[in-house]
Write a protein that binds this ligand. Structure first.
Ligand code: ADQ
Length: 417
């Protein structure tokens, strides 16, 4: 079979309400991750490494920093049909601001007509994983299904966050039932504590996708959602197949991280995924250069760790530290430190995620916290040490006790002054 012509559509319009305050003024796929990346870099790296070079990114909500990141990072020659184009909602047909993800595709159908693909890959933009999409496309072509949904096992308690897939007992590669985010669901026969979740990545025969989103656009009861409306419609017609992510292999993956996939939709999941990066034997290995993860590289000098004038050493252990960071007489442990952060004498940062351009002053202490871009922690101040105080100061404190400080804030020592 000749290689099919593939168009990839990345859905990048999500608001990411559950990631607030990190999504106050950026779309979820633009949220910084892992010191130097943005969430969207994972799916784009996967597509590009899979040899798929015709990619449109559909943006919508607060897309400024996302558009800038894409245009600065993901430029390549449009010759020979290679492109990554970011398409903001405002520029699409019609007057209506689009509703769900299926509407985003409907409003962008001209891009599909222009590209004339045989197959369309539709992928979410908010997940951390490595995946060879070619293998999924091949499985799709061999199965004869009109639509194939990538699936991964998840614990039962998370059924309300995902599309739940039930396969046909007589044909385990067919989807018999698909329910979007049910409160509860049943366990798998071979794993009673788990269910099969949709990863939000799909492969469609191009004609079938066009037909489905056009039909959906005329359905007054539809919510215009890929998971809630389009996939169930394929399932109802017996045309949907499942692709088990655990079959997917990428070069250089270890036994430990080969099936790694995380939806980082909540602050806790976002935090946990960062901790997965810094474990001495990481659950997700950023350093596998056989399947590189691309991101924007700024003109920053290497990270620097120095003794201060009083000879206190500047150190970091069990951490990842981005370029441009200067740790002078401070201590960092179990943390992810992004570009151009400054950590001063006797400051201690532990079990935290520090985003770019943060400054942590002399003797300040930061523990179990996420500090967004450009936060200033004045000398002697704390974040995350006293969660009740943090909540009083207006910072987000999660049930698990993480403190999140939004962009550009100064951590005030006395909010009542
Ligand atoms: P969710 O992620 O909750 O569930 P949704 O909010 O529609 O679904 O987001 C899916 C993707 O589409 C995200 O990448 C988001 O950024 C983007 N998106 C949402 N609305 C958009 C719009 N109007 N324009 C452009 N992009 C938009 C989905 C599936 C579930 C599946 C989970 C896996 O619906 O079945 O289990 O993903 O995380």
């Amino acid at each position: 079979m000749p290689d099919p012509k593939v168009l990839s559509i990345v859905l990048a319009g999500g608001e990411g309400k559950r990631l607030l305050p990190l999504t106050i003024d950026r779309a979820k796929p633009a949220v910084p991750f892992g010191g130097t990346y943005r969430l969207i870099d994972f799916v784009l790296s996967n597509l590009v490494n899979s040899g798929l070079r015709a990619i449109v990114v559909l943006t919508q909500y607060k897309s400024h920093s996302l558009d800038r990141h894409i245009s600065e990072t993901w430029r390549f020659s449009s010759q020979l049909g290679n492109y990554i184009a970011s398409v903001p909602a405002q520029q699409r047909v019609g007057k209506s601001w689009f509703q769900g993800s299926a509407d985003a595709i409907y409003q962008s159908l001209n891009l599909v007509y222009d590209a004339k693909p045989d197959v369309v890959v539709v992928a979410g933009a908010d997940h951390v994983y490595r995946m060879d999409f070619r293998q999924m496309i091949e499985a799709h072509m061999n199965s004869g299904a009109a639509c194939t949904v990538a699936a991964v096992r998840q614990p039962l308690a998370l059924s309300d966050q995902f599309g739940v897939i039930e396969t046909d007992p007589n044909d385990p590669e067919r989807i018999a039932r698909f329910v979007e985010k049910p409160e509860t669901t049943e366990g798998l026969p071979d794993a009673p504590g788990e269910f099969l979740a949709s990863m939000g990545n799909y492969v469609f025969d191009a004609r079938a996708l066009v037909g489905a989103v056009r039909a959906d656009a005329g359905d007054q009861y539809s919510k215009r959602d890929m998971g809630g409306d389009i996939i169930p419609a394929f399932v109802a017609r017996g045309e949907a197949g499942v692709y088990d992510f655990s079959r997917n292999t990428v070069p250089g993956a270890s036994e430990r991280d080969k099936d790694y996939w995380r939806d980082v939709g909540t602050i806790d999941a976002f935090y946990d995924a960062h901790m997965d990066l810094i474990a001495p034997v990481p659950l997700f290995n950023l350093y596998n250069m056989s399947w590189p993860l691309y991101t924007r590289h700024t003109v920053l000098p290497p990270a620097k760790f120095i003794h201060d004038v009083d000879n206190h050493p500047g150190r970091a252990v069990d951490s990842i530290v981005a370029p441009g960071v200067v740790v002078s007489g401070g201590y960092v442990e179990g943390s992810v430190v992004s570009d151009a952060v400054k950590i001063d004498s006797l400051a201690a940062v532990s079990s935290s995620i520090i985003m770019n351009d943060v400054h942590i002053g002399r003797g300040a202490r930061v523990h179990k916290a996420i500090l967004d871009k450009n936060v200033f922690v004045p000398p002697g101040e704390t974040v995350g040490i006293f969660p009740e105080l943090d909540a009083e100061r207006g910072f987000t404190v999660t049930e698990s006790g993480l403190t999140v400080v939004a962009k550009n804030q100064v951590v005030d020592d006395n909010p009542f002054e």
